[in-house]
Every structure is written in C-alpha cells, then in structure tokens.
Design a protein around this ligand. Structure first.
Ligand code: ADP
Length: 499
C-alpha cells in the first residue's frame, strides 16, 4: 500500500485539486446494487498515467462472479422499484446528473487527462459534452411514444415502447466520460438498467461518475460498474444469459467476438467499431479552415479516435502544395504535457498502444511510404508520439487500410471527384468521412456517394448528441445518439384489445 500511495503522488505530481487527490487516494471498488464492493476474488490491477508511466491507482479486478452479482442486482432493480418510476422522474435523475457533471467538470476532466493522457482542453470539452448528452436524453424520457394503429373496428390495437431490459455496456479507453454518457443516458431515459464496464486502461472516471449517479439519486442496482479486463469481465458480459442487450464501443476485432458471444441468448447488439476515414480535399476549399481542421482530424486525442481522418486525399494538382502547408503546421504541433492548457496533443494511452503505433511507422516505411514529417516515436518517459505525415502512400498499403490509432496521416493524391469517392470508399470501414470544397453541388454529391455513417463538409470531428453516430460496413451495427439511441434501447409491443 505504501508503495502505491507514493506512486500516486508521483503519478499525479503537480495536481493541486484536493478533490482529484482525495479520489485517487481512496480504494477503487465495483459498484454493485448501489454499494461499493471489492472484487470477489480480492484482486486488483494497476492503472497508469501515460504521461509519466507511474501507477495512478489500483482498481478492483472484477470478473465473471462480479458480473453475475451485478446482473442479478440489475434484474432486481428492473423488475422492482425502477419499473414503477415514471418518465418525469427518470428525466429528473438525468438532469441532476448533467448538473453534477458540470459542477465537477474540472475534477472529472483532470482525472480523465491523468488516466488517458488526453489534452486537458479536450477533456474539458468532452466532459461538458457528456453533460449535454445526459441533458439531451433527459428530454427524451418523456417523449417516447407508442402508436394507435388503424385496426379493424372490432379491435383496438396500439403499441408500447418498452425498455429492452438489462443492458451490458462495454466502453473503450479513448473517451471514457463521453462513452459513459452515450451508453448510460439513453439506456436510463428508456427505463433500462445497466452493467457497464470501462476499459482496463482507464477505469477511473467511470467510478467517479458512479459516485455522481448515486448522488443524483439513481436507485440501487440501476447502474452497476464493473472494472476489469476485457477477456474476463467483458467476455462475461457479452455471454451472460441474464443480459438482454449488449452495447459495445471498441475495436472491430473485439466487436466480432462480442457478436459471436451474444448468440447464446440472442442479445440485441449494437457495435461502434473502428475506422479509416477519408478526408477529401478539393483544391477550391478554404485552406485557412481546411489545414488546421485536417491536422486536428488526425491528431485530436493523438489520433486515438475511431473517426480520425487518417487518409487525407488531395486533388492531384494541389497535392504538393497541400503537403508542404500541412507539414509546416504539423511540425509546430508537438505532443506535450496533457495538463498544460496550451497542449493539443498528449501522450498515447498505454505502452501497448505506443508499441502498436511504432510498429505501424516501421511498416509504413518498409512499404515504401515516405515520412514527410515524423516517422518515429519519441524517446524518454511517457508514451509521446509527434505527428507523422506519410506521402507516397497507395491506398492498398497496410498503413492506409488498417487502423493505427496514433497521430499518423497518409496523404494520397486523387484525380477527380469520381476517383476521390472510389478511393475513399475502398476500405472495409465506414465510420466517417469528410469533404472540403466550396462547390455546393460537389459537396452534396460526394457526401451522398461516401459510404460512411457520418460525413462532414468543410469541418471535421463535429459530434452532437442530437445526431446519430455509427458505422457502415465493418465500422459497426446500429446508430447511437439522436433518436436512434431510443430505438436501440427500446422494444415495441403490440397490444390487441377486442372491443
Ligand atoms: P481497443 O483496441 O481500442 O483497446 P478493445 O476493443 O480492445 O479496444 O477494447 C474496448 C473494450 O472492450 C474494453 O472495455 C475492453 O476491456 C473490452 N474487451 C476487450 N476484449 C474483450 C472481449 N473479448 N470481450 C468483451 N469485451 C472485451
């Protein structure tokens, strides 16, 4: 314990906030049935600050036995008290949660940045975004309607929209607070209960959000939080016969495992998976907007974003000039201390991720791509990688086909609109895409032709809870956010009444 305590002080060196330090020093437990409990096995695992590689905390290592308890508690809540709580009251919980997130935004953002490495400015934006998501779904709780149907005169037929039931929600490390809100807010708005598992790399903010949910008055068992590893706790959620729906955000590889595991009891499944998004730049675009946004498109969160614009397609005649100008800007954007408000790029989340990105930088060079900028990881403490821009990339190279999850872009020339769309769509993924042009006809045509769940025109990475998000092809199944999440978290019952 002494060793961990001193490591916390080193891991969080420079942090003044007593709220953050108090939280870090407390034991981290699982939230089951409204109570904080250790894992049944008594095991814990280390979680790190990726900026200095120090142990930030020990988290409870939940596994199958803890998931079992959580599912039982969730089922009791679903069939008990929670089912008698009306939509206005559910809205009230979500609104209180939104207020609490805003009240604690600095503390939550600091914890997020310490555990994930994301720049504090981004952590602040994402935490405020989570409050907006809770508030948005609070509005939906009272607006989930069934229908009366034009049935035979001897019948009265209507539909009820009911909760799906116990939801297993597995979230990734790249936007822990944000992903928590995308999963929990719509699930509760629709009257479901949840067993949620944050990623093993970033368990901390979900635990703090669990405390805030209790403070908001959420009844026991409605939200249960199991920290632990994917292969154990995550797999137990995916397989569990007591779970009615599984919602997953993460890699395509694990998404396929989840889909397979869910067949045992035919769970409803929604998956938000990887991407290799095309960012298509026509020569007529406004470069003052396009250049900085294309740069942040692949460097935000150090490129560890499923919708990162990592394949930058540029109109051929304009390619060389664009590469020069993008490189000049990117050269100034070095990864730095994530807690510095000026920093825009922090370290990668983990050693594993750092090695993965290093591996892809080597693969790119071996494939014949040329790093116009970067091309290697940084030495020293912390998992820092500065932006890399590869040129001489063909769309069939591995660096252009596989998700790297680092601040690495491949710039590829295209001839015309048709060529841009063909190359942009030539990928197994389809999460997002962007097109930059001042020609309104072309903007709409290309937006329609791109096979992606989100298309940005003259912007990038804009996400609003009012609008659906999700993938074509191997980027996922289903859409989250907007009214689409209401469809994901409800099921329809048809009632016939003989008159
Ligand atoms: P990434 O590649 O971004 O780390 P993963 O898909 O590995 O994403 O992880 C996303 C989430 O899925 C994490 O919470 C992780 O613990 C969980 N996970 C990993 N493997 C499995 C699995 N076999 N079954 C269920 N969940 C898993």
């Amino acid at each position: 314990m002494v060793a961990v305590a001193s490591s916390i002080e080193r891991a969080a060196a420079g942090i003044k906030s007593s709220a953050v330090l108090d939280f870090l020093r407390k034991p981290k437990q699982l939230l089951i049935d409204g109570k904080w409990v250790p894992a049944k096995s008594g095991k814990t695992f280390q979680t790190f600050n990726p900026a200095n590689e120090e142990v930030l905390a020990l988290a409870a290592e939940g596994d199958r036995a803890d998931v079992d308890e959580a599912v039982k508690a969730a089922r009791r809540a679903l069939e008990g008290k929670w089912s008698s709580i009306g939509p206005h009251q559910r809205a009230g919980y979500l609104l209180r949660m939104a207020d609490l997130i805003e009240k604690h935004v600095d503390e939550l953002a600091t914890l997020e940045s310490l555990n994930n490495g994301m720049a504090i400015s981004l952590a602040n934006r994402m935490t405020n975004g989570a409050a907006s998501t809770f508030r948005y779904y609070a509005g939906w709780a009272t607006k989930i309607y069934g229908e009366t149907n034009p049935s035979d005169p001897s019948m009265f037929n209507y539909t009820l929209r009911e909760p799906v039931g116990v939801c297993g929600q597995i979230i990734p490390w790249n936007g822990p607070i944000s992903m928590f809100s995308w999963k929990i807010a719509p699930a509760l708005a629709c009257g479901n209960v949840s067993v949620i598992k944050p990623a093993e790399q970033t368990p901390l903010t979900a635990l703090r959000l669990g405390e805030l949910l209790l403070e908001a008055g959420i009844p026991e068992g409605v939200v249960n939080i199991i920290t632990g590893y994917g292969e154990t706790a995550g797999a137990a959620i995916a397989e569990h016969p007591g779970i009615d729906k599984v919602a997953f955000t993460g890699s395509t590889e694990v998404g396929k495992l989840i889909l397979r595991a869910s067949t045992g009891n035919l769970k409803r499944v929604s998956l938000e998976l990887g991407g290799k998004s095309p960012n298509i730049v026509f020569a007529d675009a406004n470069m003052d907007e396009c250049l900085p946004t294309s740069l942040s498109g692949f460097t935000t969160l150090s490129g560890q974003v499923c919708c990162a614009g990592t394949r930058v397609f540029v109109q051929r005649d304009f390619h060389d000039e664009f590469v020069e100008r993008l490189t000049t800007r990117a050269a100034q954007a070095k990864a730095g201390d994530p807690l510095d408000p000026q920093t825009t790029i922090g370290p990668l989340v983990s050693k594993e991720q750092f090695e993965r990105v290093r591996g892809y930088l080597d693969i790119g060079k071996k494939e014949g791509a040329e790093p116009k900028l970067g091309g290697d990881v940084r030495k020293g403490k912390g998992y820092f990688v500065d932006p890399t821009i590869f040129t001489h990339v063909r769309n069939d190279m591995r660096i252009a086909r596989e998700e790297i999850f680092g601040p690495v872009a491949s710039v590829i020339p295209f001839k015309d609109e048709n060529d841009a769309v063909l190359q942009g769509n030539d990928t197994t993924y389809g999460l997002a895409a962007a097109v930059w042009t001042n020609d309104v006809r072309r903007a709409h045509q290309v937006a329609r032709a791109l096979k992606a769940g989100t298309v940005w025109v003259n912007c990038y990475n804009n996400i609003d809870p009012i609008s659906p998000f999700g993938g074509y092809k191997q980027s996922g199944i289903g859409r989250e956010l907007g009214k689409q999440s209401i469809d994901l978290y409800t099921q329809v019952k048809s009632v016939y009444l003989k008159l």
